[in-house]
Design a binder for this molecule. Structure first.
Ligand code: PRX
Length: 692
């Protein structure tokens, strides 16, 4: 087995010195209504009762046929859950609620413009729209179970409608975050082998109506060059019946969905009973090499896991109004805006825009108007809301019973503002640690049962058994005050099945590091390496410290440093590039990009801007570097490796440490000098970033 993508984790071994935070306890009012308060859950989900314990989650769903094998390990470590079972995800999220709840709101869609009214889509309306669109996908687009289709949609109700229509037919959807560029979309079209792209003409973001159709043209053209033809582009309209994009339609390729739908009025499509282990969707995420990984999620296992965790960790009851502010283009949105909440018949809020636009009170006005009582967001948004409007929440009459944080470590200070000001001291907080690969939560407190500790995710959720290993494979025990590599000892139903089309990479990235026996079919021999450094306190709470590989967590989302570096190398003048993470007040981490130029080219602010733009064009605005440093040369080891550690120290104003092992130690002072000159300029670019 090749061990190519394993992390090198000197950082994971650091001793950790911060003080333990005080505990906060859920209120009796919360506990009285909580879905889970029975301590025996941890026994029921112990390793002794594994894997059968997960029947409890699967039983939250309706099955056409029950499974024969709960966990099939014959193709280790590609685990298969509920094998032999037949199920449809769309049926579970829509049809089964109609009998009792057809008039209940499934989706509250909040347009960014405040003069446009919120749209409330009932389960019945969702059913009708999903059926009609499924008929179109089947009859017009010619799609069937097992085909892949790429979606490049923003936060509009048509996104879950599209996902559910695909799920109804067993079509594997691959949604690309709306803010990603046409080029990023193209890579995902090619990798997944999609010949249909579903997009929208435009959408609002920060007060601007963006031309999204233009991205489709870029995506299709690039995909074609890279060998994948897209025959049909299906375009939703931000304003039904009206074209909001100036980009011309391509005859015979581009179709407005609303025009086509006229032929499918009243059509009903029976949900296709899918094998539990059939893929439901792909979700791409960054890894240590340039190419994003298509995480392949299953139908039965995934849906069971997100439904169970939505019920017990998100504490969703059917009568709740639940608002997860993440984007559906990320895994959080798939699991905890669409599939989990809808499977539980909750009302899920989808907000088109920026929570601080047009003013810092916007998010809280939405919460007030819809009487949201469960709120879910990321530290980056909490920091931004705190910065622009620390006193805003008190001005609005909303009351949360429950709040979630996800995506990156939350600083205890920020946690306390979230708790006291946003939650008004009334709401429990769950800090949920997990990843695109995992389908659902790995570590979190069970909100009605466990105390909260600011900055710590908590223990493994029921059925998840984490373990921390040091670099030599020894277990780092609780209370050691030492960090290590956090792994999960056992499989779980939400876990991705493989990397689409790249099983070897799946095995080498996530399992090779601590595999006890490569030939084994026993799950006990295959701990899952999450790629995060973590430490375990005496009380069994995990504190996640961050990535141990070459991945930068920007605003709670992973960007591969190699992806960024290779995008900058597309600029003709650039000879070498290195990306390092810089701590940022709002976004957690941001990339700083160092480049050296080919002979004959000179540094200039225009060139720096061009390089920066190249990252936005190939990946999306989220990848915009804080600063592009054009340097005469990179600090290098004698064997020619770029010393990113030194560049990171310079970017973060830290001591660069020993530079004498470098082949070119003098370069460090040259780079530092450049950094002095740039301080003023940096302040300006930071202002620009804040506006985005
Ligand atoms: O480093 C961890 C961090 O985000 C990574 C996963 O990123 P992504 O796949 O984009 O999924 C984000 C949302 C599930 C993890 O490897 N991370 C996620 N949640 C937390 C976190 N770090 C600390 N605390 C968390 N609660």
């Amino acid at each position: 087995m090749e061990k190519k993508e394993v992390a090198k984790t000197s950082e994971a071994e650091i001793a950790v010195h911060w003080k333990e935070e005080d505990l906060y306890y859920p209120s009796t009012k919360f506990i009285a209504q909580a879905n889970l308060t029975d301590e025996s859950v941890y026994d029921r989900f112990s390793l002794e009762n594994f894997p059968e314990c997960f029947k409890e989650y699967a039983d939250l769903l309706d099955w056409y046929k029950y499974w024969d094998t709960t966990l099939d390990t014959s193709d280790a470590p590609c685990w298969k859950w509920f094998v032999g079972g037949k199920i449809n995800a769309c049926y579970n999220c829509v049809d089964r609620h109609l009998e009792k709840n057809k008039n209940k709101t499934a989706i509250h869609w909040v347009p960014e413009l405040e003069n446009e009214r919120i749209q409330h889509l009932t389960y019945q309306e969702l059913y009708v729209r999903v059926n009609e669109f499924a008929a179109l996908l089947q009859d017009f687009a010619g799609l069937k179970a097992g085909d892949r289709v790429t979606l490049h949609l923003p936060m509009v109700a048509e996104l879950p409608i599209t996902m559910l229509a695909c799920a109804r037919l067993g079509i594997i959807h691959s949604e690309v975050f709306g803010g990603f560029s046409g080029n990023s979309c193209a890579d995902r079209i090619v990798d997944s082998g999609s010949n249909v792209l579903i997009t929208i003409d435009g959408y609002y973001r920060g007060g601007k109506l963006l031309d999204h159709k233009a991205n489709a043209d870029i995506a299709v053209e690039k995909a074609e060059k890279d060998g994948q033809t897209v025959d049909k582009v299906l375009i939703w309209q931000r304003y039904p019946g009206k074209n909001s994009s100036p980009t011309p339609m391509v005859d015979g390729r581009d179709y407005f969905v609303n025009d086509l739908l006229k032929d499918y009025r009243g059509k009903r499509i029976d949900p296709v009973p899918m094998p539990a282990d059939a893929p439901l969707f792909l979700m791409y995420t960054s890894g240590t090499t340039g190419k994003p990984k298509g995480c392949q999620h299953s139908t039965g296992g995934y849906l069971a896991y997100v439904t169970g965790t939505s019920k017990y960790i998100q504490d969703i009851h059917p009568e709740d109004v639940y608002w997860c502010m993440a984007d559906i283009g990320w895994i959080t949105g798939h699991s905890y805006i669409v599939y989990g909440p809808l499977a539980l018949c909750a009302s899920s809020v989808i907000f088109e825009g920026v929570p601080t636009y047009p003013d810092p009170g916007r998010a809280w006005r939405i919460a007030e108007e819809l009487d949201v009582n469960i709120f879910h967001t990321a530290p980056t948004a909490i920091r931004a809301l705190r910065k622009v409007g620390p006193d805003e929440p008190a001005k609005y009459n909303y009351h949360f019973k429950h709040m979630t944080t996800v995506g990156e470590p939350i600083e205890p200070e920020v946690w306390k503002w979230y708790y006291n000001v946003v939650g008004k001291g009334e709401a429990v907080i769950v800090d949920t640690w997990w990843q695109t690969e995992n389908g659902g939560f790995l570590c979190s407190t069970v909100p009605g049962m466990k105390a909260m500790k600011p900055g710590s995710a908590g223990p493994g959720v029921p059925g998840i058994h984490p373990i921390i290993y040091d670099d030599d494979g020894n277990v780092v025990p609780a209370g050691a005050r030492k960090a290590g590599n956090i792994c999960i000892q056992n499989p779980w139903p939400g876990q991705f099945q493989t990397i689409w089309g790249d099983r070897d990479r799946f095995v080498s990235t996530y399992f090779a590091r601590y595999c006890k026996n490569e030939k084994s079919k026993d799950w006990r021999d295959w701990p899952y390496l999450a790629g995060d450094a973590a430490m375990l306190a005496d009380d069994g709470y995990y504190r996640i410290l961050g990535r141990i590989d070459d991945v930068i967590n920007v605003s709670g989302h992973r960007l591969g440093t190699k992806e960024l570096e290779s995008a900058s190398l597309d600029v003709i003048e650039v000879a070498e590039a290195a990306v390092v993470p810089v701590a940022d007040e709002i976004r957690g981490m941001v990339p700083d990009l160092y480049v050296s130029l080919k002979p004959g080219y000179d540094p200039s602010p225009e060139l720096a801007a061009k390089i920066s733009q190249s990252l936005c064009d190939s990946i999306g605005k989220i990848a915009r570097p804080r600063k592009v440093w054009i340097v005469p040369d990179m600090p290098k080891t004698r064997s020619g490796k770029i010393m990113r550690r030194i560049l990171a120290a310079i970017s973060n104003n830290k001591d660069v440490g020993d530079t004498m092992t470098l082949a070119n130690p003098d370069i460090v002072d040259d780079i530092k000098k450049i950094s002095q000159d740039m301080i003023e300029e940096l302040k300006e670019s930071k202002k620009a970033l804040m506006k985005e």
